[in-house]
Design a protein around this ligand. Structure first.
Ligand code: UDX
Length: 430
């Protein structure tokens, strides 16, 4: 089968390269002509470890190519992977504009059999909508299948997640496309779970919602442990030894961000509202996440008496390390809060850039961590980049005017920092 990937973001690029790595011939389609011409020159539109090397390898080997012409691309390919974005609409629902556009192209330009594989995260029932959008835009009838096949990769480790998945979920009521898809993935060594399209769609939302719940659970518990003098990481480790609980996604901090958890939890809440069901646990998960950074900032404000006129170094913009993605990053809420409090902010991130709407006389991005710390009254660590975890904090302190240190990810050795003169503040890690 020759493969077309529609939408060249994280999911599309990863899926395309992983399939190329398995020996398939892949074409990537995107309407953004600038993106296509950069990709043809081997330049990725985002930062993801290892992806540039794999792109160069498969471009040289001729197994991946790019196109911005939907008509030709759809005519020439029989397996079409939909990897377009499904951003949040203002009411929290998933915006399906790009999915619908891709389905209409398939209907319009398809001539013979197409297997349409939906990798994008889409609300329950979308597989049926895609089928009817294809049918509605068809000129001459041709056979097709729409299969749900959600993606579970994480940014920052996208390639290894996709090359070594925990599971492959295939949602289809038809045996033929399941067989075809299993053949495409035959070199991946993991359990394959075949279910209905609706179930597959819900598995993706339920996975992200459950992981977000674990994070908000540990974050809220950390608020209590902080007051009670209990170390939250020890609690996470202790409970995580129970295989029914599991140790992952129990790292307390300033909260989750990114392109998936916030959007997907909101989309699930929207689906629930449509069905007139209340998901009260998920509502609380959102509430805890949206207020978690304030717990850290309240500590800082109390310590400095006032944030007004203080210079604060914010280290880390990206929602997590090893990515330049700042979507829904807690750092942004922190910067907005500090601006409201009339602080001066020095931002640093090894890969991410301060968005234009936050740039002002009081917020500036610094080229180095040292520049950000110079003359600052306090530092807030928002993203646990290796650069910050291994920094020479003993000597860096000499650059600062003050000593306040907020560890928003509970990753540094507080006692050690305190012995070097910092006024260290984590959450429940004293
Ligand atoms: C997530 C899912 O993990 C992935 O399966 C899905 O396909 C897309 O959404 P991603 O958003 O790339 O992946 O990152 P992830 O590593 O899951 O982290 C999400 C957020 O949770 C980050 O802001 C991270 O800092 C935060 N987090 C994660 C915690 O605060 N504590 C934890 O213990 C784990």
């Amino acid at each position: 089968m020759n493969i077309l990937i529609v939408g060249l973001g994280y999911v599309g690029m990863t899926t395309g390269l992983v399939l190329a790595e398995q020996g398939w011939k892949v074409t990537g389609l995107d309407v953004d002509k600038g993106k296509i011409s950069s990709l043809r020159q081997g330049v990725l539109p985002f930062y993801e470890p290892g992806m540039d090397l794999l792109l160069t390898k498969h471009q040289k080997g001729g197994s991946i190519d790019f196109s911005s012409d939907p008509a030709e691309a759809i005519r020439e390919h029989d397996a079409i992977f939909l990897c377009v974005g499904t951003p949040s609409a203002p009411d929290g629902s998933a915006n399906l504009t790009y999915i619908r556009q891709a389905a209409q192209w398939i209907g319009e330009y398809g001539q013979d059999y197409k297997m349409v594989v939906v990798k994008s995260t889409v609300p329950v029932g979308t597989q049926e909508c895609i089928s009817s959008w294809i049918l509605d835009s068809m000129k001459d009838p041709f056979p097709f299948d729409v299969v749900s096949n959600p993606e579970f990769l994480r940014e920052g480790s996208a390639l290894s997640d996709a090359l070594h998945p925990d599971r492959i979920i295939i949602g289809s009521d038809n045996a033929k496309p399941v067989e075809r898809l299993m053949n495409l993935y035959s070199k991946l060594d993991c359990p394959v779970f075949v279910t209905s399209p609706k179930n597959a769609e819900m598995i993706k939302y339920a996975s992200n919602a459950f992981l977000a719940t674990k994070i908000s659970f540990i974050n809220e518990l950390a608020r209590l442990c902080d007051k009670a003098g209990i170390q939250i990481d020890q609690i996470a480790q202790g409970i995580g030894l129970d295989p029914r609980i599991g140790g992952s996604f129990l790292k307390a901090g300033i909260g989750y961000g990114g392109s998936c958890f916030p959007k997907d939890v909101h989309a699930l809440l929207h689906t629930a509202r449509e069905q007139q069901i209340r998901l009260s646990i998920m509502e609380k998960v959102v509430e805890v996440n949206q207020t978690q950074y304030l717990v850290y900032l309240d500590k800082l404000e109390q310590r400095l008496t006032s944030l007004r006129g203080k210079t604060i170094a914010v280290l880390g913009l990206a929602f997590k390390p090893n990515t330049d993605d700042i979507r829904e990053a807690p750092s942004l809420a922190i910067i907005r809060h500090l601006v409201e409090k009339q602080a001066l902010i020095h931002v640093h991130d090894p890969a991410a850039t301060l968005p234009e709407y936050l740039q002002s006389a009081s917020v500036r991005q610094c080229a180095t961590c040292e520049d950000a710390l110079r003359g600052s009254d306090a530092v807030i660590l928002c993203t646990e980049w290796m650069e910050y975890k291994t920094a020479d904090w003993f000597n860096l302190r000499k650059l600062m005017r003050g000593t306040a240190f907020v560890d928003g990810r509970n990753v540094l050795d507080g006692k050690r920092l305190a012995s070097w003169g910092y006024d260290y503040m984590g959450l429940a890690n004293g």
